[in-house]
Each structure stands twice: as structure tokens, then as C-alpha cells.
Design a protein around this ligand. Structure first.
Ligand SMILES: Nc1ncnc2c1ncn2[C@@H]1O[C@H](COP(=O)(O)OP(=O)(O)O)[C@@H](O)[C@H]1O
Ligand SMILES: [Mg+2]
Length: 452
């Protein structure tokens, strides 16, 4: 059945068999061949470029699999017909190459032979047959965008960009030609760039869901993402493209998390890598949380990296030791509740000498996380770039979170790292009975200043 945004292709498919066959038979062989690459035939209404001249930003907020990348690529293909320079910005170098350019719905795949550009990978550019050029930028290297000018831009998955200021640079340079324009295709997250764009009067917002594109998604893909997200809070974002507001009662709000470019980082006094190993490896899709946090010479804390992921024990040990070396960290801290001695053994099998500290949770997660949230509230923590998965976990962490089906592994690791950097904030309360005596029998006992 054709939906409310139906494309001509879908309308054709929804005709009764006899009528449909007649319509298809009336087409010449050549027309049929052309239709395969004729976007106006395939595009649903919410995938068509808005009409009129009074907009600068076309913001497509849509669920996974909606056809965002396809729409962005098709829009670029259309734009190069009249603009000599239509540039691309991907979240990372890999994403720009593997998704926007070489992906299944990327530029090379959607163009017919006579329109397909040549991809100069080493120069990060596309050369179109008509002479137009596309420069390829990425949001993890925002400095490359500085001083660059654009006639048109396509930005993919902007809500996941590590450095939001890439968009400031891009916007600033969007001023060549009579109609500077950008198409922004992304699954939404409640981040500043997206909220600002939605409010901007020069923006046209188009929305769509994963379900809109069901007919074109592999059934296994559709079932897998729908199974993972349907009925969950995150599903409203990932499938229906809602911009989720703050979770009532969560320990963090979006506002509390401030972002800093790497260039503004002060020298570090101490750096720790913390691991929250998954309960079981293998069949479970639990992630290993691996977070690198640092204490600056200015007394403030900085989140430096998130290396978490679904990994085997060997893999997370390698990832942690690699991060330890890369950041010249002071030690690795790991939660050993479930794995016992196994955790240290796995780490030691990768590096025998790495400074290692096992930590055990004697108090609940929420109680451990609270003082860390307080540090944020006092403005003592910055994130060096956006860590979307970690920040999502932080901003949805409520006292009853543990009853949910996913566990906040990245947040756990982060809390362990911060606890190591700010030991006084998380020290167990000492009962009066166990408080060390200040004086020994001779007045200079082992508990006194000499013992330090
Ligand atoms: N209107 C459409 N008609 C046919 N196929 C489409 C349409 N929109 C998207 N697709 C296809 O659906 C798949 C998912 O699209 P993609 O752009 O990768 O989704 P997203 O970026 O939103 O996750 C791709 O194979 C794409 O070519
Ligand atoms: Mg995509």
C-alpha cells in the first residue's frame, strides 16, 4: 500500500495488476532503463527538494534506513548540474568515504554511468563529468573547513559529529553563488546544532520515519533495527526521528555537558583509562565500556576518549592498553565484580607491566554516579568533542535505569575513571570507630604524620 508520502514508483506498484502491467508495457525499453536512475520517479514526497528560493538549510530529520543518505546523494547529483562546487561533510573520514561516496546509497552507486564522478580519494574530492567539483570534508577535522567557501553543501549525520564547531566553520563559508544552500541529513539527537537549525527561519525541516522506507529495506535489516528499538524511548529517536527532551530525573541534562575543541585542552596532571568489562562475552551484545578521562593542571576534568564497543576480552584489553599508551595515561582501572581475577589476567596478557587497579562496586551505580554528576553541575568537567553514545547514556540515567534492558557500560567506565581522578568525592564514609588515631602510644605513632 502506498503511504502519504508515496513516490510515483509506489503509486505505480499500488495499481491493480492489469493496470500496472499496461502502464509498464506502454514504456519504451529506453525509458524503462532511464527510470532506474530517475530520482523524481523514486523519491517520496519527503525526499524531494523543497520548492522556492527563500530557504538556505534543508534539514532532513529521519529514522534509520529512511533514505537520508540516498536523498543527500541525489540532491548533490542534482545540484552539480547548475553549481560548479557542491561540497560534502561527513562525520568522519571513514563515514564520508564508506557511506556518502562509496556506500550502497552513496554518490557513486546512485549515479548512472554518464553522470558518475571520478573519486580522487587521496585528494578528498570528486570530479564530475561536467567539470563540477565536490570537496570532501569531515567533522572530526573541523580546522580543514576553516576559510573554505561553498556554493552548496551536503552534511550527513550531523547529530553525531564529534566537533560541533565544524558546522560553524561550514556555515560561515556557505556564501558562494546566487543561492548558497545546504542539505543536512541526520537522525536527530537533542544537540545544539540541530536545535539551532530547527529554530532558524532559513531552515525547512522535513521529517520521516524508518517505516516510510520499509519497501526498500532488506527485511532482515528492517526487523533488526525495529526489534532493537521499537517500544523503547530511544526508538522514538532512532525510528521516528523525534528530538527527545531531557529525561525527568536523569542525573545529567544536555545543558550540563559542555564541549571543548581539542586545541583548548590544558596540560594534564593525571590521566586514567577505565574499563567496565561486559558481564559475559560472546552471545550477549553488552558492550565493554572504555573511557579515558584526565585531570587538568587547572583542576578541571576532561573526557578525552570513548573507546567502548562490543568486544571479546582480548579485544577490550588491547583497546584499553592502546588507549593507555596513546594518552600516556597513569593507569588502567577496571571493574572486577563479575570477572574477578580474569580481568587483570587479560590485561596482563597484553601488557605485563601496565599499572593496573581493580575496583569493586560496594555501592549502587546511582550512588556512585551522583557525585560525578555534581562535578558537572559545578562546571568542573568538559568533553573534548561530543561523545554521543556516552552522553546519551548519561542523560537517560535515572534511579530506575538498571531495570531497563540495556546497561550503561560507557557511563560506568566514565564514573570509575572520574572516581579515580577525584578520590575524595567518592570515598566511603568512615565510621567513627575506624577513623585512624592521630597519636600512637608515644605520640608519634604509625597513624601519625610519619606514616605518610
Ligand atoms: N525512495 C526510495 N526509493 C527506492 N529506494 C530508496 C528510496 N529511499 C531510500 N532508498 C534505499 O533504501 C536504502 C536505505 O537508504 P539510506 O539512504 O542508506 O538510509 P539512511 O541514510 O536514512 O539510513 C538504500 O538502499 C537506499 O538506496
Ligand atoms: Mg545514512
Amino acid at each position: 500500500m502506498a503511504g502519504i508520502h508515496a513516490s510515483p514508483a509506489e503509486l505505480l506498484a499500488s495499481l491493480p495488476t492489469a493496470e500496472r502491467q499496461k502502464a509498464i508495457e506502454s514504456l519504451s525499453l529506453e525509458t524503462k532503463a532511464q527510470l532506474a536512475h530517475h530520482w523524481p520517479f523514486w523519491a517520496r514526497q519527503n525526499q524531494r527538494e523543497p520548492e522556492g528560493d527563500d530557504w538556505v538549510y534543508w534539514l532532513i530529520l529521519a529514522g534509520r534506513g529512511f533514505g537520508k543518505t540516498r536523498t543527500g546523494a541525489e540532491t548533490v547529483r542534482q545540484w552539480v548540474k547548475t553549481c560548479e562546487m557542491v561540497n560534502l561533510i561527513g562525520a568522519t573520514v571513514d563515514d564520508a568515504r564508506d557511506i556518502m561516496i562509496e556506500g550502497e546509497s552513496g554518490i557513486l552507486a546512485i549515479c548512472p554511468n554518464d553522470e558518475r564522478p571520478v573519486y580522487r580519494k587521496n585528494e578528498s574530492k570528486l570530479l564530475w563529468p561536467n567539470g563540477a567539483v565536490s570537496l570532501v570534508f569531515t567533522a572530526d577535522a573541523p580546522e580543514r573547513l576553516r576559510g573554505k567557501q561553498h556554493m552548496r553543501l551536503w552534511a550527513d549525520e550531523m547529530a553525531s559529529w564529534r566537533y560541533g564547531e565544524a558546522w560553524d566553520q561550514a556555515k560561515f563559508g556557505l556564501r558562494l553563488g546566487p543561492h548558497p544552500r545546504a542539505v543536512i541529513t541526520t537522525t536527530p539527537r537533542p544537540v545544539k546544532n540541530i536545535k539551532d537549525l530547527v529554530k532558524d527561519r532559513a531552515t525547512i525541516v522535513t521529517r520521516g520515519t524508518t517505516y516510510d522506507n520499509r519497501a526498500n529495506l532488506a527485511p532482515t535489516f528492517f526487523e533488526e533495527i525495529v526489534k532493537r528499538y521499537e517500544g523503547t524511548r530511544l526508538g522514538r529517536q532512532e525510528l521516528n526521528a523525534e528530538i527527545l527532551e531531557d529525561v525527568p530525573g536523569a542525573l545529567w541534562t544536555r545543558e550540563m555537558i559542555t564541549h571543548l575543541p581539542a586545541s583548548a585542552l590544558p596540560p594534564m596532571k593525571r590521566i586514567v583509562v577505565a574499563i567496565d568489562p561486559p558481564a559475559t562475552s560472546g552471545e550477549s551484545s553488552n558492550e565493554a565500556g572504555i573511557i579515558v578521562d584526565g585531570l587538568g593542571e587547572d583542576g578541571r576534568a576532561y573526557v578525552l576518549a570513548d573507546r567502548s564497543g562490543v568486544m571479546t576480552p582480548r579485544e577490550w584489553a588491547v583497546a584499553a592498553v592502546t588507549a593507555f599508551r596513546e594518552f600516556e595515561a597513569d593507569r588502567i582501572v577496571a571493574e572486577v565484580n563479575q570477572g574477578g581475577e580474569m580481568v587483570e589476567q587479560v590485561i596482563r596478557s597484553v601488557d605485563t607491566h601496565v599499572p593496573f587497579k581493580a575496583v569493586r562496586a560496594s555501592r549502587g551505580k546511582y550512588v556512585r554516579a551522583e557525585p560525578i554528576s555534581a562535578l558537572y553541575a559545578r562546571g568542573l568537567v568538559d568533553h573534548v568533542g561530543q561523545f554521543e553514545a556516552l552522553e546519551d547514556q548519561m542523560c537517560s540515567y535515572t534511579p530506575d535505569f538498571d531495570r531497563g534492558n540495556s546497561s550503561p557500560d560507557r557511563l560506568d567506565a566514565h564514573v570509575w575513571a572520574m572516581s579515580d581522578l577525584f578520590p575524595s568525592m567518592v570515598a566511603e564514609k568512615k565510621s567513627p570507630l575506624t577513623r585512624p588515631k592521630l597519636q600512637g602510644p608515644n605520640g608519634l605513632g604509625a597513624q601519625g604524620w610519619m606514616a605518610r
